[in-house]
Design a protein around this ligand. Sequence first.
Ligand code: SAH
Ligand code: SF4
Length: 354
Amino acid sequence: MDSAFLQNIQKKYNLPNFRINQMQKAFFEQNISSYDKISTLSKSLRLQLANEKILSFSVHHLAASQDKNAYKAILRLHDNRLIETVLLNPKPGLWSCCISSQAGCALACTFCATGKLGFMRHLTSEEITDQVLFWRFFIEDKNLKAHLSNVVYMGMGEPLHNKQEVFASIDELTNPKTFRIGARHISVSTSGLVPAMYEFTDKFSQVNLAISLHAATDEERLKMMPINKAHPLRDLIQVVNYYLNKNNRKVFMEYILLKNENDRLQDAENLVKLYKNIEKKHLVHTNLIVYNQIDSHHCESSKAKAREFKEYLQTHGISVTIRKNLGRDIDGACGQLALKEMNTNPHIGRVDTP
Ligand code: SAH
Ligand code: SF4
């Protein structure tokens, strides 16, 4: 359900504008999740619309974390592909959802469960924004007394590999007639597709940008992120400078701490060196991420190492926090998405990267 969908409905049933406005209000302001419950529509119209879908997927599985601060939904798309989306409550009053942009991912980062799946397909803009609508309906339905304030593109897939649909989905999320989410409440995380990052910077000056950095030298980064071959750190830093100069907004660097790989003193030194090439360093915030163990050769750094790493960066004037992902007990945390479920669903096939 998005503005294009409503336009189609208008044409198909030859409806006047005010009917579409009523539906917009019901779905996007009042979080009403069925045609039947839209009391402003005539009964005959409600009956007519009863067979039209509202969300472009069905719910395959839903899980809540013990503390009820994280929910995960596995969604089944029309072609039986499965994707995941997560609703998180990082601090009181703030609810955020983490959405997928692709089924699987082509970029094969060695630490990431989605990367292990390979690429299946891009999601459409509607399939992307429907995840947000789904959580709004969920919050209403469960009476969570919450307001969904933030959307992060940190679920399955590389958003900038699916540029066209992801850009359309951001336009829809910020559309004042439908989702009405402020651009500053939306964040896109990328593993560093440099050319698309320039376009993103030009098009969405207010949307937050997070970069999966994870290593401070090309040599180390290449070992875990094959994308670094096409877009090495020099080019990545150049586009970061372009973003900072053009938009004058913070950039978030994501850095998973991996034992004896990127958590040593020399790695911290290299990171400080790398950042020397950034012109507006005060606008860069580094999130040190606790690794969510998946079936891989990587291991989580010790707490002591993480603290040392953080302190080294701090003493060198870098703004840094250690972030523990919520939703670990439901496999809902970043990088953990979908692999288990896919493995137990042999009919959900995998296709090769185009
Ligand atoms: N493809 C995009 C967005 C999805 S991944 C990207 O790579 O940025 C979202 C975040 O989760 C990224 O920062 C990614 O590096 C991180 N991540 C992946 N696997 C992880 C794992 N096993 N533990 C912790 N974070 C992980
Ligand atoms: Fe894809 Fe991001 Fe996972 Fe890398 S970390 S494989 S880019 S989803």
